[in-house]
Design a protein around this ligand. Structure first.
Ligand SMILES: [Zn+2]
Length: 657
């Protein structure tokens, strides 16, 4: 030992305790570079590493950092220091058992043998009581080093340990079946000691990241630079980098606004800025110290341009890759770019209309049904659509109670499918087509009934394909599905892109809230607040739709609306646009009306946008207008009964032609 680390009390020489960093720089010899470990490349690790050795004031250390920033080395340096000054039972927990074995074989055992002079293998040969497995290493003096997986409750509960090292905690399972949270389990083994717990990980998303949650409990120290202009510490983040000049990106000091380049930042004084003066303490009044490091300030590991390249590559792959880039390269928690919620009370107010089966809005071109199949019955939503699918009206929402395996519920459905709705201009419509989902355990029943009913089609919802470069259509393709439970036969199923459907619905909801009535629902008829709550129960986070209540069957009306919309798209493409409109026979349109429809269809074929504009120009009917039409109709109908049917088209119609 070097003399400068020793001092004498009379004749007894007692080694002076060094900090963990000092120990590492004096003892951690790297064969590869033929030199001792230096912290020059990892200046951000000095403070956290020294905090680990300071167990009189610190009960835990949290390190949230990017990958490749030597956090495992920091843990090993701590182990080496511990072996020298306070050799005690220690537990190292990794995310999987394989990781534990790899770490032990490739790094820990050689480290303990070469640096700490713990000749575990020889001990095991001479003394069979000493352990020599790769996950249970004897440190001598009765202490053991246990390596385990966060997935194994037996390791987590095995030994009382003074020191617990939890590595990559964001990859741990949230709970072990019947045992609870792996982190709590590991920490319980520490209760009798005044020890230390070490948490390290690269973070994940803000909502899920455990390292971030743990970081928030501690001193919240952020690796920062001191702005020469205002002398305050700040930490640049990725979103603050201005790439207008690709060659010389800049960032600004949030305190004084001064612009700095990467070269300027590298030259500045680096230090930790502490954000929380009131960290969590244990029963001995020791504190939790938490550190966060951003990849932008890991100059030896990443340059800004190298990070930019990683981001570019990630953007080409998709959102998950971008999230991974933010987490592992920058050490930042990933926050989804947008989160969209629709307030169901506001939507309820904005959608309100008044009509009934005998007087539905005039601009409904056809009616479709979306059915959500449950084991206890069918949720069905009947909706009226305009040709461009930009405007929709809820006509009826029902729960047809009864097991779909029984015939009763399907009989009720047939009755609903034959229900007649009369438009304000006198045209009578029936539901043209229905989509019923085959999800759950009643697929056979849905498929069987679809074969019996030509207006019913089974469908299956699929979330986005995950490929962000490709636009996900609402109606994707049809495929043939076999009956289950040993029944022979196949049935054609339509794949529905539910993300596209939910997006389109969201767009209509937004426009409606903005005052353009793209959605109409009659409050008096089954479209109550509960319906709207269910219709808006899912939120859009980034490009995904997320149901806040997992497993709760809460979004049936949203599913029904999406199936109904997909059904409308399918019906329009397959039947209406090709002239095979099954519903045409139910219409009693005046001649001029039919010609107009033909003209619209031709226009549609030539240039679909024109018709969309035309539709928009037509405008929506107000309540009063609809009432007026209703009374006019009633007045017209009386003489019509005796006269020849419909010589003149309704006066109102001309306004829109
Ligand atoms: Zn400044």
């Amino acid at each position: 030992m070097n003399d400068d680390r020793l001092y004498t009390i009379d004749t007894i020489r007692i080694p002076k305790r060094t900090t963990v960093c000092e120990w590492a720089q004096a003892h951690h010899y790297l064969k590869r570079t033929a030199s001792f470990f230096r912290y020059d490349k990892y200046p951000f690790m000095v403070e956290p590493t020294n905090a680990m050795g300071n167990i009189s004031t610190t009960w835990g250390v949290v390190i949230q950092c990017p990958s490749q920033t030597s956090k495992t080395t920091a843990c090993m340096n701590f182990l080496g220091w511990m072996c020298e000054y306070d050799r005690q039972n220690t537990m190292v927990i990794l995310d999987t058992a394989n990781q534990a074995v790899n770490l032990s074989k490739n790094r820990l055992k050689p480290f303990l043998r070469d640096i700490c002079h713990i000749h575990n293998d020889e001990q095991a040969i001479t003394n069979p009581d000493k352990s020599n497995s790769s996950v249970n290493i004897s440190l001598g003096t009765g202490a053991n080093l246990i390596l385990g997986s966060a997935k194994s409750a037996s390791t987590l509960c095995s030994y009382p340990s003074k020191y617990v090292i939890l590595d990559e905690i964001d990859r741990y399972p949230t709970a072990l079946e019947g045992e609870g949270d792996p982190i709590s389990l590991a920490m319980q083994r520490q209760m009798t000691y005044r020890g230390l717990t070490l948490f390290t990980s690269t973070p994940t998303t803000v909502e899920d990241s455990r390292i971030h949650k743990q970081w928030l409990l501690g001193t919240m120290e952020v690796w920062s630079v001191r702005c020469p202009s205002c002398n305050k510490l700040f930490s640049p983040t990725w979103k603050d980098i201005d790439w207008t000049d690709e060659n010389v990106p800049t960032t600004h000091c949030p305190n004084c606004g001064e612009l700095w380049t990467e070269a300027d930042i590298i030259c500045m004084e680096h230090a930790y800025a502490q954000l929380n003066d009131n960290p969590q303490t244990d029963k001995y009044k020791r504190i939790l110290r938490s550190f966060s490091i951003n990849g932008l300030l890991c100059h030896a590991q990443y340059t800004w341009h190298s990070l930019r390249e990683y981001e570019r590559a990630a953007l080409q792959i998709g959102e998950a890759a971008v999230a991974s880039f933010r987490n592992t390269r920058l050490g930042e928690c990933y926050t989804s770019p947008t989160e969209i919620r629709i307030d169901h009370v506001e939507l309820f107010r904005a959608c309100g209309m008044r009509y009934d089966d005998s007087c539905i809005p005039e601009d409904i071109d056809f009616i479709t049904v979306g059915i959500d199949t449950h084991e206890t019955g069918l949720y069905m939503l009947i909706m009226g659509w305009t040709l461009d699918l930009q405007y929709a009206y809820g006509l009826s929402y029902h729960f047809l109670a009864g097991d779909p395996d029984e015939a009763g519920v399907w009989q009720q459905l047939v009755e609903q499918m034959n229900r007649k709705f009369t438009r304000a201009d006198g045209v009578t419509l029936m539901p043209a087509f229905a989509f019923a989902d085959v999800g759950g355990h009643r697929g056979n029943a849905v498929m069987t009934n679809s074969l019996l009913n030509p207006r019913l089609k089974p469908c299956k919802g699929f979330a986005s394909s995950g490929n962000s470069t490709q636009i996900d259509p609402l109606v994707r393709r049809s495929f043939s599905m076999n009956f289950t439970n040993g029944i022979k036969g196949k049935c054609e199923i339509v794949e529905v892109g539910v993300t596209a459907g939910k997006d389109a619905l969201l767009q209509m909801e937004k426009l409606t809230l903005a005052g353009e009535k793209h959605l109409g629902f009659n409050h008096k008829k089954c479209f109550d607040l509960a319906f709207f709550k269910s219709l808006t129960s899912e939120i859009r986070i980034g490009s995904r739709w997320v149901a806040p209540q997992k497993g709760a069957q809460y979004n049936e009306s949203m599913d029904c609306a999406v199936y109904s919309m997909a059904c409308a798209r399918y019906y329009y493409d397959r039947f209406y646009a090709t002239g095979k409109d099954r519903e045409a026979v139910y219409r009693s349109q005046p001649k001029e009306q039919t010609e107009m429809k033909k003209k619209i269809e031709q226009d549609e074929a030539v240039e679909p946008k024109t018709i969309a504009k035309e539709k928009a120009k037509r405008g929506r009917k107000t309540k009063q207008e609809a009432e007026e039409i209703k009374t006019e109709k009633a007045a017209e109908k009386v003489p019509e009964k005796s006269a020849e049917p419909k010589v003149e088209p309704p006066v109102k119609k001309f306004k829109h032609l």
